[in-house]
Design a protein around this ligand. Structure first.
Ligand SMILES: Cc1cc2nc3c(=O)[nH]c(=O)nc-3n(C[C@H](O)[C@H](O)[C@H](O)COP(=O)(O)OP(=O)(O)OC[C@H]3O[C@@H](n4cnc5c(N)ncnc54)[C@H](O)[C@@H]3O)c2cc1C
Length: 490
């Protein structure tokens, strides 16, 4: 591992991992620093999981531009990397006369944003597409490109490709301080450990304003905007065929009802500004308001079983656009305020940030080879291992179902534990395999999964359960050649 990196990236969400992957195409020593025990554990794991076209973005904004670019880049990437997606299309429904009269301006906005396949449809067409919707729709806007994506697989895929192409990932490494010394950024982490780098990218999500302050800037303040969601059981999946969108407001895209790539149905999110960047609890008021909205849109949904509820925090700021700024003299790029669209815009943001770094003098000399990686499929649209006789014949572990709700096999769990960014916690296994995410939420399978994880990693089962309750594990450095360089004590 180098003692001084060419570039350090703070934050391994969808944005930071995408930037690390993009930069790993070039002859650079890259450090990706993440406060949590795994990649993708911030806002990236708690959202609505829509692959947005950007049809409704404010024209002329950086967000609108990068969403469009990212959409095109993702079309190739999700195929190459095996990211679970479903190209269902979105149906924005006008429920009042006033909303109906906004459809032409939304259509015009979509066209201005380059999303030209959007069209206004009649109430009859709305019900032909979605017969279970509540009565009373005036009409709608059909957005064929709005799609579903797996926000769990995506950052792991980006980070894995970054690692395979030479980047170093430091987990459990909350950057506590950034100072300048001899022309380098010196980042201090836990136990006084330091990382030195010539260039710095701040992709710290909710904390991007605080990192920005460490660099002497006060351009924006992140106000966490909580979005609560209800996950319905897979039996609800038959009720809808598309992403059912509301007419957006200036504050929020509104409450939608959408299938997920795992076969559930989501209802949400709410939009509520908080002052606590850690408050991802759901609330009785928030969930109640969702139930009321859900009943108004798709009455039968309320008869379905709820599998889980969760909340995510959008990194909202006082500005109506992403806060991506190059401070060339400091060799620093701030990538903040990536509000409601960062999963979809991640590849566009990464390409843009690489361009900014080049402007600041970072030499982007391509490597001879860029290694790609295909992810295990955890979506319903393609076959899972338990459905593949040839795989089971080669390895009977793919026929041994451990999590019966989500039909996750021992083979998939072992693959996740021994993958380039290994699952070392129960939460990491949930996001890599879907185990413990089904209707029993791990009640039936968690003990067996703890046993496998403990056996394979040599960790104490009690410690694994404690980590799952939020205890801080020890720092862990990963490279493609050395998966398990642990530092310090737990
Ligand atoms: C309710 C809701 C619904 C949404 N729906 C969608 C959607 O449908 N489609 C879509 O595209 N987007 C959606 N989004 C937005 C999307 O989730 C975010 O824009 C995206 O996840 C932001 O990614 P990020 O990498 O910037 O942030 P994060 O995922 O939060 O990553 C930042 C990382 O930085 C780390 N970090 C912070 N401080 C430090 C530090 N000091 N040292 C080291 N590491 C640090 C954090 O631990 C975290 O892992 C939604 C968001 C919410 C909340």
């Amino acid at each position: 591992m180098p003692t001084t990196y060419d570039i350090a990236i703070i934050g391994a969400g969808a944005v930071g991992t995408a930037i690390a992957r993009e930069l790993s195409r070039y002859q650079l020593d890259i450090a990706l620093l993440e406060a949590k025990a795994d990649v993708g554990m911030g806002t990236t794991k708690a959202n609505t999981a829509i692959w947005h076209t950007g049809f409704d973005a404010k024209p002329g904004t950086l967000e609108a531009r990068l969403l469009r670019r990212s959409y095109a880049l993702l079309e190739d990437y999700v195929e190459q990397a095996g990211i679970p997606t479903e190209r269902l299309g979105g149906l924005l429904v006008a429920w009042t006369k006033e909303q109906y009269h906004t459809l032409p301006s939304l259509l015009e906005r979509a066209h201005t944003n380059g999303v030209t396949d959007v069209r206004i449809i009649s109430a009859e067409e709305v019900y032909a597409l979605e017969p279970n919707l509540n009565r009373g729709a005036w009409g709608g806007l059909f957005v064929p490109g709005e799609s579903l994506i797996c926000p769990f697989t995506l950052p792991i895929a980006y980070a894995t490709e970054a690692l395979l192409n030479g980047a170093t990932l430091k987990l459990n490494f909350p950057v506590q301080n950034v100072r300048q010394e001899n022309g380098l950024h010196v980042l201090t982490g836990p136990g006084g450990q330091t990382v030195r780098a010539r260039y710095l990218v701040n992709a710290a999500g909710l904390y991007s304003d605080e990192i920005d302050h460490m660099l002497g800037h006060h351009d924006f303040t992140v106000t966490p905007r909580r979005g609560e969601l209800i996950v319905y059981d897979k039996f609800a999946r038959r009720l809808i065929n598309h992403v059912i969108l509301p007419v957006p407001t200036p504050v929020t895209k509104g409450v939608l009802i959408s299938p997920t790539v795992y076969g559930n149905v989501l209802l949400g999110p709410t939009a509520e500004d908080l002052d606590d960047k850690t408050n991802t609890a759901t609330s009785a008021i928030g969930l109640q308001s969702l139930l009321e909205k859900g009943r108004a849109i798709l009455p039968d949904l309320l008869n379905e079983e709820v599998t889980a509820t969760y909340a995510g925090l959008r990194a909202a700021t006082e500005h109506k656009d992403y806060q991506i700024r190059l401070h060339a003299a400091q060799r620093y790029v701030c990538v903040g305020g990536i509000r409601s669209t960062g999963v979809s815009a991640s590849l566009g943001i990464a390409e843009y940030v690489a361009g900014l770094l080049a402007k600041a003098g970072l030499p982007l000399r391509p490597k001879g080879e860029f290694k790609t990686h295909r992810m295990p499929n955890i979506g319903e649209a393609r076959p899972r291992p338990h459905q593949q006789d040839d795989r089971i014949a080669q390895n009977p572990d793919y026929g041994r179902v451990v999590c019966h709700c989500e039909k996750v096999t021992a083979g998939e769990i072992l693959d996740a534990i021994h993958s380039p960014i290994p699952a070392r916690t129960l939460d990491a296994l949930r996001r890599r395999t879907r185990a413990m995410q089904g209707r029993c939420q791990g009640f039936n399978c968690q003990a067996a999964i703890v046993d496998i994880l403990a056996r394979e990693t040599g960790q104490n089962p009690e410690v694994l359960l404690a980590l799952d309750r939020g205890h801080m594990p020890k720092p862990l450095t990963l490279t493609a050649t050395d998966h398990h360089a642990e530092e310090g004590q737990s």
